[in-house]
Design a protein. Structure first.
Length: 239
């Protein structure tokens, strides 16, 4: 027997709504297989389906900024990230910028300014780094992005959240990767985890959605579980 019916955009915008927009929050969004794999052949795209992509678009429409790690940019691309016309109109009608900003976290700044992440961006990207990052790379990236210096010898993610908030970007949607998720978790900055549970068994050596975080039991409460065909859209918030 198959799962629930197909979901639609309006349903998902309501299901993932953020009622307290002025309160800074970090929402994680991942897709994983039944057996916990976060990638197939090194990428997450093979795990999702149309419902997962629709949920991702709804969360992007609701976000002020989409935050990703440098490794995720290299693996997944992220060139020209944007919401479509209907979502852009929805954002305007709710007094939001037409498009969310896009930000990348990088300690080494080993990012090519000619990468599609920068060249195809529909809003000026942000780069989150620290004071000890190589100055020539920082200067090169400053030509194509706004560079936020957060911390001295390593990226201070709490400071990054403060600086993003000062720019009016209080609602952060983080789409990975697993090491950035782990760092946010260790910094106690994760407010929500939204997981698309893919109806696949993958096996292999693919990692989990969190890497590098110290082991600890962190309580979360279930906000919703929406069947979408055979995929399940889960939303958890701090307990």
């Amino acid at each position: 027997m198959t799962g629930g019916a197909a979901v639609d955009r309006e349903h998902l915008l309501a299901a993932y709504a953020l009622p307290e927009r002025q309160r800074a929050s970090v929402r994680m969004n991942f897709v994983a297989s039944i057996d916990g794999a976060v990638t197939v052949d090194g990428r997450s795209g093979g795990l999702g389906d149309a419902s997962d992509r629709l949920a991702m678009q709804a969360m992007r429409a609701l976000a002020d900024v989409v935050l990703v790690g440098a490794g995720t940019v290299r693996a997944e691309g992220y060139g020209g990230l944007s919401v479509d016309g209907a979502d852009a109109a929805w954002r305007r009608s709710h007094d939001l910028a037409e498009q969310p900003r896009i930000a990348v976290v990088s300690s080494r700044l080993d990012l090519d300014p000619r990468h599609p992440f920068f060249e195809r961006a529909v809003t000026r990207p942000l780069v989150v780094t620290h004071a000890a990052a190589p100055e020539p790379r920082r200067a090169a990236l400053a030509d194509v992005a706004d560079v936020l210096v957060c911390g001295d010898g390593e990226v201070d993610l709490a400071e990054a959240q403060r600086q993003l908030g000062a720019l009016g970007l209080a609602q952060v949607l983080c789409e990975g990767g697993p090491h950035l998720f782990g760092a946010l978790l260790d910094a106690d900055l994760v407010d929500e985890v939204c997981l698309s549970l893919s109806p696949l068994l993958v096996g292999g050596t693919a990692g989990r959605i969190v890497q590098g975080a110290r082991e600890a039991a962190r309580s979360m409460r279930l906000v919703h579980a929406i069947p979408a065909g055979d995929l399940l859209l889960l939303r958890y918030a701090r307990g």
